[in-house]
Write a protein that binds this ligand. Structure first.
Ligand code: SF4
Ligand code: SF4
Length: 172
């Protein structure tokens, strides 16, 4: 397995700073976070997660870190490698909106500049070219497709400027 992204690799030997109840409260106020503290650690979410063998920390452990107010959760790879398939959310016996919480954690991590380079690179490419990546001619030839039409990058940029997506980068 290739090395997963993220500073937080495991709980082994990890010493945490003081637990931060304010952080738990902050996450509880996020979209989907209202039932966070009802998690009783059954791990049913992790049992159905399709990326459980790709991440250094499982989704029920993410939930546990949130319950303990551990901000190190923003350094875990789970929040970025999640495919947003919603399986965990469907399976949770407590009805916790787990996937929605992960969206909020991504936003928090992004604002702190804790973002995998692949994401910031894709964002820059979208801003510069209107595309997430450059399709190669031979791929399109193989599929007998016409060349990619010219894109109106100005509209894409206007949209991204409105969402302030690129402005966040200046704070990194
Ligand atoms: S399935 Fe729900 S209650 Fe069980 S560990 Fe996951 S979040 Fe907690
Ligand atoms: S939404 Fe994310 S965390 Fe939940 S099961 Fe799917 S991949 Fe795993």
């Amino acid at each position: 397995m290739t090395e997963s992204w993220g500073q937080f690799k495991s709980f082994d030997g990890k010493k945490f700073n003081a637990l931060d109840a304010d952080f738990t409260r902050e996450v509880s106020r996020l979209l989907g976070g209202k039932d966070l503290t009802t998690c009783f650690q059954c791990a049913k979410c992790s049992a159905g997660c399709p990326v459980s063998d790709k991440v250094n920390i499982q989704i029920h452990e993410v939930m546990r870190m949130l319950l303990f107010g551990l901000k190190e959760v923003l350094d875990t790879d789970m929040i970025w490698l999640c495919t947003t398939c919603y399986t965990c959310q469907e399976r949770c016996p407590q009805g916790i909106d787990i996937t929605d919480i992960l969206f909020g954690l991504k936003n928090m991590a992004f604002k702190k500049g804790i973002t995998p380079s692949g994401y910031t690179g894709a964002r820059q490419s979208l801003y510069d070219t209107g595309k997430l990546y450059e399709p190669t001619d031979w791929e399109r030839d193989d599929l007998e497709l016409d060349p990619v039409p010219e894109l109106n990058v100005a509209d894409t940029r206007k949209m991204l400027d409105k969402t302030k997506l690129m402005k966040l980068e200046e704070a990194e």
